[in-house]
Design a protein around this ligand. Structure first.
Ligand SMILES: [Mn+2]
Length: 330
C-alpha cells in the first residue's frame, strides 16, 4: 500500500479515511467493493472564492470518532458499513493549475471504480468534476443509460464562465453539447438567486432540463419535490447520478463554499432528501462538491457534507438490504 502518490500536492492525500473505512489504493483491489470513496482535491474550475481543493481532507476529518466503521441509522435500522463494503480509494492525483489533467485522472479513476462494479462517491473539489464523472458514466452506461439528480443553487449550464469553457459553471452545458449527457435526463433542485440568466434558462428548456426553484420548494415542501424529482429521473433512465453542491444549503448552514447564495435549504431538509433519493433509485455515482474549508471557521460545512454522504450510504444500504425502514421507537 502506498502512503501517498508521487506527484501529490500537499493539500491532497488521505489523512484519515472516510469513517475509518479500509484504504484501498490499487484499482485491482476494488473488486468486491460496493462503494469507493474518491477525493478530488482541485478547485481550478472555481469562478469566485477558491478553497475546495481542501474539501476532501476536511470532509473525511469532519467526523472522526475513531473506533470501527459502525454507524447504525436510528431511523432506518441499517448500518451502512454492515450492509455495504465501503472502501476509501484515496485522492486522485490533482495537478495544480492544470484542470484538464486533473479531470483526465478523475475520469480514469472513476472508470476503474465503475469497472469494479462499485459506486463512486466523490468528495470535491469544485463542481467541474461533474464533467469527467459524466464522461466516465457515459463511457460505461451510454448517455441514455443514466439520469442526473442535481441539488444546487446554480444550474451550472453556462456555455462559459468569464469566457472559459471548462469551469465549475459549465459541466451540464458541456455534457449536452459534447454528447455525454442528455438534457431531458437532468432534474435540478434548489435553484435560486440570479444565475442562470433568462437566456440560459431558455437553452435549458430547449434541451428538456427540468428544475425546481426554492420558491416552489418552500410552497410544496421538499419531500413532495423530491418525490417528483425521483419519479422524473427514474422514468428517464435506469441509473441515477446524484450530485450535491453544498451551496444548495443556506449559507447559515454552509458558509464554507465558493459561491454562497442566501435563501437555501436547511441541513436537516437536505439530509433526509439525499437519504430518500439513495433509497429510491439505482444509484450509479454520487458526489458532494464545493466545500471550501478556508471559509468554514466552525467546520459546520464539512460536517454537513460528511453527513450528507453518510445519509446517502444509509439510504443505499436500506435499498440493498431489501428491508423497509425500522426506526428506533419507544
Ligand atoms: Mn454547482
Amino acid at each position: 500500500m502506498r502512503p501517498f502518490r508521487p506527484a501529490e500536492p500537499s493539500y491532497a492525500g488521505v489523512g484519515v479515511t472516510f469513517c475509518r473505512t479500509e484504504l484501498v489504493l490499487e484499482p485491482a483491489d476494488l473488486r468486491g467493493a460496493d462503494v469507493a470513496i474518491v477525493g478530488a482535491p482541485f478547485d481550478d474550475g472555481t469562478s469566485f472564492r477558491p478553497g475546495a481543493r481542501f474539501g476532501p481532507r476536511a470532509i473525511r476529518a469532519a467526523e472522526d470518532v475513531a473506533g470501527p466503521s459502525t454507524r447504525p441509522h436510528m431511523e432506518l435500522g441499517v448500518d451502512p458499513f454492515a450492509e455495504l463494503r465501503v472502501v476509501d480509494h484515496g485522492d486522485i492525483e490533482a495537478t495544480p493549475a492544470d484542470l484538464a489533467t486533473s479531470h483526465r485522472r478523475l475520469r480514469a479513476t472513476l472508470t476503474d471504480v465503475l469497472e469494479a462494479d462499485a459506486i463512486p462517491v466523490v468528495l470535491g473539489g469544485d463542481h467541474s468534476l461533474s464533467t469527467p464523472t459524466m464522461q466516465a458514466l457515459a463511457d460505461r452506461l451510454g448517455p441514455d443509460g443514466y439520469a442526473v439528480l442535481h441539488f444546487d443553487t446554480h444550474a451550472d449550464t453556462g456555455a462559459t464562465t468569464f469566457g472559459v469553457a471548462n469551469t465549475h459553471g459549465t459541466p451540464f452545458h458541456r455534457g449536452v453539447t459534447e454528447g455525454f449527457l442528455r438534457g431531458d435526463h437532468v432534474v435540478q433542485v434548489g435553484l435560486r438567486g440570479t444565475w442562470p440568466t433568462p437566456p440560459e434558462f431558455a437553452w435549458m428548456r430547449d434541451q428538456g432540463f427540468r428544475w425546481h426553484t426554492m420558491d416552489e420548494i418552500e410552497d410544496r415542501g421538499l419531500p413532495s419535490v423530491v418525490a417528483e424529482a425521483v419519479a422524473s429521473v427514474t422514468g428517464a433512465a435506469p441509473r441515477v447520478y446524484l450530485t450535491v453542491d453544498i451551496d444548495v444549503l443556506d449559507p447559515a448552514f454552509a458558509p464554507g463554499t465558493g459561491t454562497p447564495e442566501p435563501g437555501g435549504l436547511t441541513t436537516r431538509e437536505l439530509l433526509r432528501a439525499v437519504r430518500t433519493v439513495a433509497a429510491s433509485v439505482d444509484l450509479c455515482a454520487m458526489d458532494l462538491v464545493e466545500v471550501s474549508p478556508p471559509y468554514d471557521p466552525a467546520g459546520v460545512t464539512a460536517l454537513a457534507a460528511q453527513r450528507l454522504v453518510l445519509e446517502t450510504l444509509s439510504g443505499l444500504a436500506l435499498r440493498r438490504s431489501g428491508r423497509s425502514a425500522r426506526p428506533e421507537r419507544p
